[in-house]
Design a protein around this ligand. Structure first.
Ligand code: AMP
Ligand code: ZN
Length: 137
C-alpha cells in the first residue's frame, strides 16, 4: 500500500532505524519513543489491524516481538517491558498497519498505568457470559 507509512518503511522509501528483519517481519525504532528503547515490530505484509490477521501470523508476530523485547532489554537494561498493540482508533491506533510496541519500563519512569473502573460483580458475570457465548460461536 503506497499510502501506508509502514509499508513505505518496509520498502525503504522512508528512512528508519532498523534493528531486526526476517522474511516476514521488520523491527525499527519508534520515532517518538515513550521510553528509551521503544521499538515497533511489524509484519511486512499490510494488515490494518490485528483483527485482520490470520491467527498464525499473529502468533508469529508476537513471538518475534517478544524475542526483540528480550534483546532490547539486554541492550537497554530495564526493569520490565510492555508488549502492546493499539487496535482501532478508539484504542489509540494512529498508524493503520499492525504494529507491536516494545516499550521498556523503568521503576519510577513516571508512565501512568491505565485506571480502574468500579464495576459490580453482577455486571462482570454478565459480561463473562456474553464473552463465553461469543467464544462458543
Ligand atoms: P499507534 O498509536 O499505536 O498507532 O502508534 C504509532 C506509532 O508509530 C507511534 O508511537 C509513532 O511514534 C510511531 N511512528 C509514526 N511514524 C513513524 C516513523 N516514520 N518511524 C518510526 N515510528 C513512527
Ligand atoms: Zn502498510
Amino acid at each position: 500500500m503506497s499510502d501506508c507509512i509502514f509499508c513505505r518503511i518496509v520498502a525503504g522509501e522512508i528512512p528508519s532505524e532498523r534493528i531486526y528483519e526476517d522474511s516476514d517481519h521488520l523491527a525499527f525504532m519508534d520515532i517518538q519513543p515513550v521510553n528509551m528503547g521503544h521499538v515497533l515490530v511489524i509484519p511486512k505484509d499490510h494488515y490494518g489491524c490485528v483483527a485482520e490477521m490470520p491467527e498464525g501470523a499473529v502468533a508469529r508476530l508476537f513471538a518475534v516481538a517478544n524475542r526483540v523485547a528480550l534483546k532490547v532489554q539486554e541492550a537497554v537494561p530495564s526493569d520490565g517491558y510492555i508488549l502492546t498493540v493499539n487496535n482501532g482508533q478508539a484504542a489509540g491506533q494512529l498508524v493503520f498497519h499492525t504494529h507491536v510496541h516494545v516499550i521498556p519500563r523503568f521503576r519510577d519512569d513516571g508512565l501512568r498505568h491505565w485506571g480502574k473502573r468500579e464495576i459490580g460483580e453482577g455486571e462482570i458475570r454478565g459480561m463473562a457470559e456474553k464473552i463465553r457465548e461469543a467464544m462458543r460461536s
